[in-house]
Design a binder for this molecule. Structure first.
Ligand SMILES: C[S@@+](CC[C@H](N)C(=O)[O-])C[C@H]1O[C@@H](n2cnc3c(N)ncnc32)[C@H](O)[C@@H]1O
Length: 487
C-alpha cells in the first residue's frame, strides 16, 4: 500500500481542479499501475506486436494518444516480470514505457514538419524511452541530441538507442543548463522531460510520496526554471519546445511555464494541447497544458506543456570558427570508401546512399575507423563536446576490413547476402554469448564474417568456423538469462 504523507495531501488538495476530487486522486494512487508497452516501428509494427501478445492469450488495449502503444490488461493475464530478457525486447522491437510518458513526444511532433535537416534536443534523456519514441516516429531522419547528466544512467541510454536501431542520434553528457549558452538557437524542437519530484509515480513506487516536503519541491522547481530558460535560448525562432514532468505540484509545472512566459512572453507562446487526442479535454488546464492526474486515464500522473517560439526576421549567423579541435573525423576518402564498399558488398549492403554521412577516424595509427554520423554532427561539434557520436560501422587495418556489431543491428535489415537465420534456441544462445553449433554445416568459406538473424531481425555478427559460428556479440551486451516464448 502506498504511503502518502499528510503534508502532500494538504498541499495538493489546495491545487486540485474541481473536476478532480481529492478522494478520487487518493484512491487512484493506491491502485497498481497498468503496464504498457510500445512497438518500436523501426523494427516492428504495432499490429505485429499486438499479434505476438494476443497469440499467447494476452489482451492489449490501445492507448488513445499513441498509436504504437498498448496497455496490457493484466486481469486477463499478467506480464512476465523479466520482459527485458524476452528476445523481441533484446532485438529492440518494443519498449516498456508508461502510457502517460508517451504524451510528450506526441505533443512535440503534433503538426510538426520534420525534414532531413531538423535538429532535435532531448535535454534529459536517460533511459531513453522518449528519445527512442521520437527517433522511431521521425524514422531516423535529421539529428537527435540525447543528453543526460548522470554518468550512471548514460550507459543505459546508449544501450537502448543501440538496441532500438537508432541511427540519427548523438549522445551528450552535460548539465542541460548549458545548452542555452553553448548552442543558442540551434534546435528546431526541444524536449525537456525534466528531473522532478516524481509525485505522479506513486502507483509504481509506493514510497514516492512517503517523505514528501515542500522544500524539495521548491529546490527542484528552481532547477526546472533554469532548464526551461536554457531550452528557450537553444531553440530556433519558429521552433517547438515541450516541457514535461511526472509530478503533480504546480510549483514544478505551471509555475515553471509561467517563469518562461514572464521572461520571454513576447517571443514564445503556448500551443494549447486541447486537440492532441480524443479525450484530452479531461486533462486540459485553463492555459492549454495537459495535467494528467493518475485517476483521469488510469495511468501515471504527468504534466505536458507545449510552446512555440515566434519566427524572427533576424537571420541567425553561425559565427563559430570552423577550426574545430573536438571533431576528430574527416570525410571518408575515396580510397577508403572503395575498401569499405567492397567489403559491404559481400553482405549485399550498398553504402552508396549513405556516402555523404560516412566519416573516417584514425585509431592511433593502428587502424582506421569508418563511422556513420547523423547530418549536422560536425556543425554541432563546434559548439559542444559529445560523449558518443553516431555509429561505428567498421575498421580498416592491415588485416583487412572488419564490420562492427552496430553496423549489423542498425543497417543489417538492408543486407541481402551473408546472413544466417537462427532458430529460437540458437538466438538465445547468441544473446548469452555462446558459440553456435550447426546441425548442418553451411556451404560457405570459413573464417568469414556473417550476420545472424532471428525471424529476419539482425542480432549481430559471427565468424563462420565450419561446424560452429563464433559469437562476436560485444561482451557488455551478453545476458545471463533470455527467453523466447511468452508464458
Ligand atoms: C524524468 S528523467 C528523464 C526520463 C527520460 N526522458 C525518458 O523518457 O526515458 C530526468 C533525467 O534528467 C536527468 N538530469 C537531472 N538533472 C539534469 C541536468 N541538470 N541536466 C541534464 N539532465 C539532468 C536525470 O539524471 C534523469 O535521468
Amino acid at each position: 500500500m502506498a504511503q502518502i504523507s499528510q503534508q502532500f495531501i494538504e498541499h495538493i488538495e489546495k491545487q486540485l481542479p474541481e473536476s478532480v476530487p481529492l478522494d478520487d486522486l487518493l484512491s487512484a494512487c493506491q491502485c497498481p499501475l497498468r503496464k504498457s508497452i510500445r512497438a518500436n516501428t523501426l523494427k516492428m509494427s504495432p499490429q505485429e506486436l499486438r499479434q505476438e501478445f494476443e497469440s499467447h492469450g494476452y489482451k492489449l488495449l490501445p492507448i488513445p494518444w499513441c498509436e504504437e502503444g498498448f496497455w496490457v490488461d493484466e486481469d486477463e493475464k499478467a506480464l512476465p516480470e523479466n520482459l527485458g530478457n524476452w528476445l523481441p525486447h533484446l532485438e529492440g522491437q518494443c519498449y516498456i514505457q508508461e502510457a502517460s510518458s508517451m504524451l510528450p513526444v506526441k505533443a512535440l511532433l503534433h503538426d510538426f514538419e520534420c525534414h532531413e535537416e531538423s535538429a532535435f534536443l532531448d535535454m534529459a534523456a536517460a533511459p531513453g524511452s522518449k528519445t527512442t519514441q521520437l527517433t522511431a516516429k521521425i524514422n531516423n531522419q535529421g539529428l537527435v541530441v540525447a543528453n543526460e547528466l548522470s554518468s550512471s544512467r548514460i550507459k543505459g541510454l546508449h544501450y537502448n538507442l543501440q538496441r532500438c536501431g537508432v541511427t540519427n542520434s548523438v549522445l551528450c553528457h552535460t548539465d542541460a543548463r548549458h545548452f542555452g549558452e553553448s548552442t543558442p538557437e540551434f534546435f528546431d524542437a526541444i524536449l525537456l522531460d525534466a528531473p522532478c519530484g516524481g509525485e505522479g509515480t506513486v502507483r509504481k513506487d509506493e514510497q514516492a510520496l512517503a517523505n514528501w516536503n515542500i522544500d524539495a519541491v521548491r529546490a527542484i522547481s528552481q532547477l526546472q526554471k533554469d532548464l526551461i530558460v536554457s531550452a528557450y535560448k537553444a531553440l530556433k525562432p519558429g521552433g517547438r519546445l515541450v516541457y514535461s514532468t511526472c509530478t503533480l505540484s504546480k510549483e514544478e509545472n505551471q509555475e515553471v511555464c509561467q517563469h518562461l512566459l514572464d521572461l520571454y512572453g513576447d517571443s514564445i507562446q503556448i500551443k494549447p494541447l486541447t486537440d492532441l487526442f480524443e479525450g484530452a479535454n479531461k486533462a486540459i488546464t485553463k492555459e492549454g497544458y495537459l495535467h494528467v492526474y493518475p485517476n483521469l486515464y488510469d495511468c501515471e500522473g504527468f504534466f505536458v506543456a507545449c510552446f512555440e517560439k515566434k519566427p524572427s526576421d533576424v537571420l541567425i549567423t553561425d559565427n563559430t570558427s570552423n577550426q574545430n579541435t573536438r571533431f576528430s573525423f574527416s570525410p571518408i576518402s575515396s580510397e577508403h570508401y572503395t575498401s569499405a564498399s567492397t567489403h559491404t558488398s559481400l553482405f549485399g549492403w550498398d553504402i552508396g546512399p549513405i556516402k555523404q554521412q560516412l566519416w573516417q577516424k584514425d585509431n592511433r595509427g593502428k587502424s582506421l575507423e569508418i563511422w556513420y554520423l547523423p547530418k549536422s554532427t560536425e556543425k554541432l561539434c563546434r559548439h559542444i563536446k559529445l560523449n558518443r557520436y553516431g555509429i561505428k560501422l567498421m575498421e580498416i587495418s592491415k588485416h583487412g576490413v572488419k564490420l562492427h556489431h552496430q553496423a549489423a543491428i542498425s543497417f543489417g535489415h538492408t543486407f541481402s547476402k551473408q546472413h544466417i537465420e537462427l532458430n529460437a534456441q540458437q538466438a538465445e544462445d547468441y544473446y548469452q554469448g555462446k558459440d553456435i553449433f550447426l546441425d548442418t554445416p553451411i556451404k560457405a568459406p570459413t573464417n568469414k564474417e556473417f550476420m545472424v538473424t532471428f525471424k529476419q531481425t539482425p542480432l549481430g555478427l559471427v565468424k563462420h568456423l565450419g561446424n560452429k559460428l563464433k559469437n562476436n556479440l560485444p561482451r557488455d551486451l551478453v545476458r545471463d538469462k533470455t527467453f523466447n516464448q511468452l508464458p
